[in-house]
Design a protein around this ligand. Structure first.
Ligand SMILES: [Zn+2]
Ligand SMILES: [Zn+2]
Ligand SMILES: [Zn+2]
Ligand SMILES: [Zn+2]
Ligand SMILES: [Zn+2]
Ligand SMILES: [Zn+2]
Length: 442
């Protein structure tokens, strides 16, 4: 009883051993070697004045008891010093008894911190996760996805999945039950596109949709939290109130407000965010009537596709790696209809039309101004045979859908206009099937 009281007093003092004003010299030294950022991490109360000698001894032994993030070498040192103090103090004195209690606590602490799995392999494959062992020399604080408690970066090893970034203590690794979300992304790369499709807690049998723990909206025995992406309810272990943009709300309502989602949905949505899986024209064609930026972006994308044939046949453009401008959005070089959630978010903030306009200008400059080879691949309007050289991505042009010849829009104003080039080709085909006749100009 008495011991506990005194111990509590020691703990109350809660001294920061790394505070340079206070600690004995050897601790100052250690502070700079092992834990440079501790001192700034927490502002600790200053040492009350008086009895410096005595306080120093106390502090040495109190090390590791009041703080959770000491490394094992510091604890071992504290244990050694505590032993020394016990030997030096008068036998059976109160102070000596205090010191013995402290020694016990320090040893327990050391035991607690000991990582049982230190010799574990660096890579573990579990439930399709690919876990890499991690260890830090900085005091990073992260939360274990399995046990929901803090991973102390300095003293504990942990594993992170390279696929989905699931993270847990090495001691929790063998307890995990959630399969890797990365595999879901590759097997099922399709979003739920109904807005928060709720079916009710009863359809889940009043259990967490993921771990099957009993839950209810009254919080008995455990709180039910709804995921805005799946519409289902989860326990607080599987749903941490993470916020995410919901694809269904974006494509139907052009709503980018982040909503609360389960851990699993959060990981899935994060892994999917740059994947171009939304065929917007089919999901919600009306969106183009309401969102001006999308119309602009669609036009820029169409133009870029028209420029692509120039670049893949131009040595100079290949050498300048012009198409790599779009390497972060590879799908923009392949089609003009697929969008990722990131594309839509960037369209919403205006960033996408800005960067696409820049790319468009750069590309057009190469083809029309900088490169002779590309310039030579321009068109003269065969309908009027007048004016400048035309390119398919010029705004005042029309392109024949059959042969890709380019005309002034005013000359080739609708589909009833006959394309002279196509007409020539037809004529030539006909003459080939008949007897060889006089040359037909191609
Ligand atoms: Zn854990
Ligand atoms: Zn994983
Ligand atoms: Zn759960
Ligand atoms: Zn060129
Ligand atoms: Zn013309
Ligand atoms: Zn044609």
């Amino acid at each position: 009883m008495e011991y506990d009281e005194k111990l509590a007093r020691f703990r109350q003092a809660h001294l920061n051993p790394f505070n340079k004003q206070l600690g004995p010299r050897q601790h100052e030294q250690r502070a700079s070697e092992e834990a440079p950022d501790f001192a700034s991490e927490e502002a600790l109360p200053e040492l009350p004045p008086g009895e410096p000698e005595f306080h120093c001894t106390e502090r040495v032994m109190d090390l590791g008891l009041s703080e959770d993030h000491f490394s094992r070498p510091v604890l071992r040192q504290a244990i050694e010093e505590c032993k020394q103090v016990i030997l030096e103090l008068p036998e059976h004195s109160e102070k000596q008894k205090d010191a013995v209690v402290r020694l016990i606590h320090l040893r327990l602490k050391l035991q607690e911190l000991k990582d049982p799995n230190e010799d574990e392999p660096n890579i573990r494959v579990l439930l399709e996760h690919r876990f890499y062992k991690e260890k830090s020399n900085k005091s990073v604080k992260q939360t274990c996805d399995k046990c929901n408690t803090i991973i102390w970066g300095l003293i504990q090893t942990w594993y992170t999945c390279t696929g989905c970034y699931y993270r847990c203590h090495s001691k929790c690794l063998n307890l995990i039950s959630k399969p890797c979300v990365r595999s879901k992304v590759s097997h099922q790369a399709e979003y739920e596109l109904n807005i928060c499709p709720e079916t009710g807690l009863d359809s889940q049998d009043y259990r967490c949709a993921e771990c099957r723990a009993p839950i209810s909206l009254r919080g008995v025995p455990s709180e039910a939290r709804q995921c805005d992406y799946t519409g289902q309810y989860y326990c607080s272990h599987c749903h941490w109130n993470d916020l995410a943009i919901i694809p269904a709300r974006v494509v139907h309502n052009w709503d980018f407000e982040p909503r609360k989602v389960s851990r699993c949905s959060m990981r899935y949505l994060a892994l999917m965010v740059s994947r171009p899986v939304l065929r917007l024209r089919e999901i919600n064609p009306l969106l183009f009537n309401y969102v001006e930026e999308l119309v602009e972006i669609r036009k820029l994308r169409q133009d870029i596709l028209l420029m692509k044939p120039y670049f893949i046949t131009c040595k100079e453009a290949m050498e300048a790696r012009l198409l790599l401008q779009l390497q972060d959005r590879q799908h923009f070089v392949e089609n003009d209809e697929m969008y990722s959630v990131q594309d839509l978010l960037d369209a919403h903030t205006g960033r996408l039309s800005c960067s696409l306009t820049e790319t468009h200008t750069l590309f057009a400059k190469h083809i029309k101004l900088d490169c002779e080879r590309c310039q030579a691949k321009g068109f003269v309007c065969e309908l009027c045979r007048e004016g400048d050289v035309l390119f398919p991505f010029d705004s005042h042009t029309s392109v024949c859908t059959e042969c890709s010849a380019v005309f002034h829009r005013d000359c080739y104003y609708d589909n009833s206009t006959t394309c002279p080039k196509c007409a020539r080709l037809t004529l030539r085909k006909q003459s080939l099937f008949q007897e060889p006749g006089p040359d037909v100009d191609a």
